[in-house]
Design a protein around this ligand. Sequence first.
Ligand code: HEC
Ligand code: HEC
Length: 280
Amino acid sequence: MSRARLYAMSTLPALVVLMFFVGFANWIPQTRWSPPVRQAMGAEMTPAQLAQAGEKIVRERGCLTCHTLEPGAGVLGHGRGPNLIGIATRRAEGVTGGPGTLVDYLVQSLYEPGAYLVEGYANLMPASTRPPAKLDYGEVVAVVNYLLSLGATPSVRIGDVPQPPGGEKAVAAVAQAGAAPQTVPADAATLLESNQCNTCHSLKPGETLLGPSLAAKDLAEVAAANDMSPESYVMDSIVNPRALEREGFPKQVMPDNYGTQLTAAQLHVIVSYLLHGEGA
Ligand code: HEC
Ligand code: HEC
């Protein structure tokens, strides 16, 4: 028997098994991303239940675009924002010059992230009541409990912490005042133009230039195919384009320095504009 034939016979069973699994994998219904369902936080929920809901929120609303959850890594971690593991231990006494209790500090971190800047980080974080996270009051309480669970025990009930200061408008004003003046974003259309996004991308559905169309519908589809929320997919594609290179398009072409060139506020304006038409 020829060598080739022998080889073919010996690999045949493995091949059959492999094809079976490939077929099987294709047959399993693909998991698809669907928009996060907002869970209303009821006054009857215990802090432990709220913490559980809070973890889901942190994972689904873009917090982990910047933050990491790295056991043992300390505050610095490897993300654009602090490592959140251990935050409740680190901040047990609040922060010098700011809130003196853990809960007050966590609440401030969510409502007015610019009020106290963690050493080594820039004023990058959008107020979490603003896009893209857009937490409502109950969700803030849930997230505070989740953060408490990272090193301490969840202890806060609905009603225990203040509502966002002065509602949505005041929070926006604080967020803007907290940012350096030159970083207050221009409107989204100007940002897309001044950063030359529109030389490579069209906003018309299905229209391909050098890069794919950035129409909301198209972006949502690619995000779903990648099992990501549209917000995280678009943000990651802009900030870290090499990690998410799209098949069928030229590689290494999209500039990979927008993450450092654009401020977080500008990035958020672009992302909400592309996905929701806001911030125009
Ligand atoms: C665009 C990046 C970004 C996003 C998105 C973001 N953060 Fe942050 N966050 C930061 C940075 C940078 C800091 C450190 C500077 C500061 O204190 O504001 C920070 C600080 C914090 C702190 C204080 C950390 C400490 O060690 O004292 C908490 C708590 C926090 N963020 C929670 C959240 C939660 C919850 C979300 C989602 C709702 C979120 N962040 C979304 C970038 C981000
Ligand atoms: C020089 C051309 C070029 C410029 C300038 C450019 N991009 Fe891209 N972009 C591409 C190409 C090519 C791809 C597809 C390959 C890849 O994923 O890197 C892409 C992918 C993307 C994606 C992922 C889309 C998808 O369907 O997967 C987003 C979102 C995106 N770009 C946004 C932007 C934004 C916002 C700007 C401006 C701040 C910008 N791009 C500037 C060429 C460019």
